[in-house]
Ligand binder design. Structure first.
Ligand SMILES: C[S@@+](CC[C@H](N)C(=O)[O-])C[C@H]1O[C@@H](n2cnc3c(N)ncnc32)[C@H](O)[C@@H]1O
Length: 311
């Protein structure tokens, strides 16, 4: 959704922009090329390999492009360290990159053999296999249900607990084969099941939903008047959080006038730019099938002290 990102995000060609999930710096490079030579971009990624790649890709922009290996949950600290108080736009392109998905070493893909890792930042915490081999059946099933919406959550959890007693589950292939042993060899069925289970493990291992909530909330605090928060989500769990945070940030006071003053405490910080999500064009989906799931939401910041009496 490159065209949409440029159109929706940039409101000031001389501004300071934040790419919270810089990844391969595809969006970041396009943004830098669009901005004036006075503008700046700060990018973060919790994956050290992605951050290093982005540094190389943006080297031509010199000090105008700053990339840090950091979790966007820490964005207040990132900007405090840089001495930047306000920004003119923030982009969150959620989930994982094609580079991560296509790298068997990272353990994100059930079709590739590799360690069952699934961490965005392998320098922190433990690989996902540690959790899979120690969590209770209850915990496993709960995560598969909550973050994968998996109908066979309980059966798969039970099989994990049974099989790991003989041999710990350390690889993507072991888990994939275990899933096939539960739901059968029909490729469409086990493929979808594996996609949901791997998604659940990834969301859990990286505390993704908490991260999104924290990151978006902190970004709203940094955005200046008239600037925009642009978020691209790839599954309904992510999108639900984005929608909730943006709606809450846009919520106006609806206390009855008879109260004489606002009692609900609403203090809207702006509005949703589009009523519905923006989707990639058919042409983009044809060229890049992974884009199909993308949905973009855009929030524009307008700071007002109170919305009392506006409804
Ligand atoms: C879809 S990719 C971004 C691709 C990027 N927009 C581009 O054009 O190349 C998402 C990136 O977000 C990173 N990421 C995920 N969670 C993160 C977090 N909490 N903090 C920082 N980066 C995160 C992933 O490591 C991945 O590189």
């Amino acid at each position: 959704m490159a065209d949409e990102v440029l159109r929706e995000l940039i409101t000031d060609l001389d501004g300071i922009y934040f790419d919270a999930t810089i990844g391969n710096a595809g969006h970041a490079e396009l943004i830098m090329n669009r901005l004036s030579p006075n503008a700046k971009l700060v990018g973060s990624d919790s994956d050290p390999e992605a951050a290093a790649l982005a540094v190389r890709r943006l080297a031509a922009f010199g000090e105008r492009a700053i990339v840090v290996h950091a979790d966007y949950r820490e964005l207040a600290k990132i900007f405090e360290d840089l001495g930047i108080e306000k920004i003119n736009g923030a982009l969150f392109d959620l989930g994982l990159s094609s580079l991560q998905l296509d790298n068997p070493r990272r353990g994100f893909a059930y079709r590739l053999d590799g360690p069952l890792d699934l961490r965005f930042d392998p320098t922190r915490g433990q690989p996902t296999s540690d959790w899979v081999n120690s969590a209770s059946e209850e915990e496993l099933a709960g995560i598969f249900k909550r973050f994968g919406e998996e109908p066979n959550a309980r059966r798969i959890a039970r099989r994990i607990v049974k099989l790991r007693a003989a041999q710990p589950i350390e690889t993507t292939t072991q888990l994939r084969d275990l899933i096939i042993s539960v739901v059968g060899p029909n490729g469409r069925i086990w493929g979808r099941t594996a996609a949901r289970i791997f998604q659940a493990l990834r969301v859990h291992s990286n505390s993704e939903l908490d991260a999104i909530a924290m990151g978006l909330t902190s970004a709203l605090d940094l955005l200046s008047e008239g600037s925009r928060l642009v978020v691209i989500a790839y599954h309904s769990l992510e999108d639900r959080i984005v929608k909730t945070i943006m709606r809450e940030a846009a919520r106006k006071c609806d206390c009855p006038r008879i109260y004489g003053q606002c009692r609900c405490g609403a203090s809207p910080r702006g509005h949703l730019v589009h009523k519905r999500v923006l989707r990639p064009t058919e042409a983009e989906c044809a060229a890049n099938p992974r884009a199909q799931a993308a949905r973009m939401r855009v929030f524009e910041v307008h700071i007002s002290e109170s919305s009392w009496g506006t409804k």
